[in-house]
Design a protein around this ligand. Sequence first.
Ligand SMILES: [Zn+2]
Length: 134
Amino acid sequence: MRLRINIAVSLVALTTIVWCVRFAVTQEHRRTPEFLQSKYQELNRTFFENSLPTARVEWADLTDADAMGRTIRESDDMFVILVDRNSNFDDEDLDDTVRHETCHIATWWKEQDMHGPVFQACMARIKQADHNDN
Ligand SMILES: [Zn+2]
């Protein structure tokens, strides 16, 4: 009985260690500049046939702006997407944020209300494709 308890405890410890290592690897991976950049490029390729302008995608602290993401038009054909590093903790939130900001770039000149129908259609198209994958 004693032995069985020890095994159970060891398994819990082992599971915790594995989980921590996986978590650390994921977090480390997220920190590289290529990680965010590749998400934008993938969306651009998959949904816009690479027709979107160039954008730099960077981690930022947007706590003061109370935003998860923000898109800035830096010049005629250059955008910057800032992704808040505090509120985009899990991958689902992060994907949503990058998609949201990517649709801002795709619809930048197309309507006055930045979250208007053209923007909503862009988001719906990306989400729809996501469902078909599963
Ligand atoms: Zn927005």
